[in-house]
Design a protein around this ligand. Structure first.
Ligand code: FES
Length: 181
């Protein structure tokens, strides 16, 4: 026999609606802060190759005669979701300093992080266009009034055949001692 549908009493309907909104609201209250925390901690979960050797160039691309050549440094960044190859992380100047020897200087000025320019000619040197710091080819400060608190940051180099590998690292700007960042 067909039973006519009897709607639940209003009190029961109200109870179910309230219960559902409490459950959904509670879930959102948990999910939103956790998602926010993930975004906040994202840089911590990212890994870069900082401090490891990366291939920067080849011996054949370096000019003879001691002139420096600027190279962009690309690294692979990884986090829990992605592997991102060829991310630009900075630049270096490479210079031949003898048979099978190469010097690498981080191209960022230690004063405030502008990129320095290589000045060729009889008195080759590096010059920072932002506040006029100048540096010798070995990276040392040339101008005693230079606002840069330290020399250009030299980086370890490894020659693998004709390939030039550099242990790339950025350092904090504006301080006397080198602090990796
Ligand atoms: S950033 Fe180079 S001198 Fe200021």
């Amino acid at each position: 026999m067909h039973q006519p549908h009897v709607p639940p009493p209003p009190d029961r309907r109200n109870f179910l609606t309230k219960a559902a909104s409490i459950v959904i609201g509670g879930a959102l209250a948990v999910v939103a802060p956790v998602a926010g925390l993930f975004v906040l901690l994202d840089p911590l979960r990212r890994k870069s190759q900082a401090g490891t050797f990366v291939k920067v160039g080849s011996l054949s691309s370096l000019p003879a005669g001691g002139a420096a050549q600027k190279f962009q440094v690309l690294e692979t960044k990884t986090d829990v979701w992605n592997v991102t190859p060829n991310e630009p992380v900075g630049a270096v100047y490479l210079q031949r300093v003898g048979e099978g020897k190469v010097r690498a200087l981080n191209a960022k000025c230690p004063h405030a992080g502008c990129f320095v320019n290589f000045k060729p000619g009889d008195a080759m040197h590096y010059h920072c266009p932002c506040h006029n710091s100048s540096f010798g080819m070995d990276g040392k400060i040339l101008n005693p009034n230079s606002p840069s608190p330290r020399a250009l940051d030299e980086l370890p180099v490894e020659l693998r055949g004709t390939e030039i590998w550099v242990r790339f690292q950025n350092f904090r700007a504006g301080v006397k001692d080198r602090e990796p960042v």
